[in-house]
Design a protein around this ligand. Structure first.
Ligand code: HEC
Ligand code: HEC
Length: 159
């Protein structure tokens, strides 16, 4: 019964649980997403930014955080539709700023409030957007405390 339910949820592209430490890419992710949006940084979990903010990101790819990430129109549309489909709750992921950053949202700030500010500039990290520096399993969607790479950040449970 449990297996059947899991299969059903998977088929529907729904997350198996609401656990925030497991954020694998949705099953309907077009291959272009990891290929095009995962080449300079992590292919970020779509759920961590609201749909309207993803649209803003996709509308300005030629001026992308100081880089040029322009795509042909068809690829941009496929990726944009996918991101909009899976974008997170606009209230929960408010305050993304301009240009939109998932690292600026209220949710991200709260989840990372135990990270001492100097650490964001540490040579091992350099930027909050460099998720894999602290979450080496991020590409597999794993953000659990046990997987945190920097020793000084483990055992800082925020319960
Ligand atoms: C040519 C390299 C490049 C490509 C390709 C690229 N990006 Fe980026 N992206 C960047 C850089 C550089 C930053 C700024 C990173 C930082 O602040 O450390 C960035 C930042 C971002 C951010 C904000 C991260 C934060 O701080 O929360 C988002 C969202 C984003 N990119 C989405 C995308 C999407 C979607 C695609 C594919 C359509 C994409 N990127 C493709 C280089 C790229
Ligand atoms: C400087 C290190 C660092 C960087 C960079 C970083 N994180 Fe984290 N992240 C942490 C720590 C520490 C926690 C809290 C772990 C804990 O105690 O459960 C955390 C928690 C999380 C969680 C789990 C929340 C939960 O409720 O279990 C997610 C999801 C997450 N981060 C996503 C990201 C994403 C996406 C990025 C990049 C855009 C990122 N993080 C960048 C250190 C970092």
């Amino acid at each position: 019964m449990k297996t059947a339910l899991c299969a059903l949820l998977l088929a529907a592209g729904l997350p198996l649980s609401a656990r925030a430490d497991r954020l694998p890419l949705p099953a309907d992710a077009p291959p272009a997403y990891a290929a095009e949006c995962g080449s300079c940084h992590l292919a970020f979990p779509p759920a961590l930014l609201a749909a309207a903010d993803w649209r803003r990101v996709m509308a300005g790819l030629d001026r992308h955080y100081g880089d040029n990430a322009a795509l042909d129109a068809d690829t941009a549309r496929v990726i944009g539709d996918f991101l909009a489909r899976h974008g997170g709750n606009a209230d929960r992921y408010a305050n993304a700023g301009t240009p939109p950053r998932l690292t600026a949202t209220a949710w991200f700030q709260r989840k990372h409030r135990k990270v001492p500010s100097p650490l964001w500039q540490d040579a091992r990290v350099r930027s909050a957007a460099n998720c894999s520096a602290c979450h080496p399993q991020a590409e597999q969607g794993r953000y659990g405390e046990r997987d945190i790479a920097l020793p000084e950040l483990r055992h800082r449970r925020e319960h």
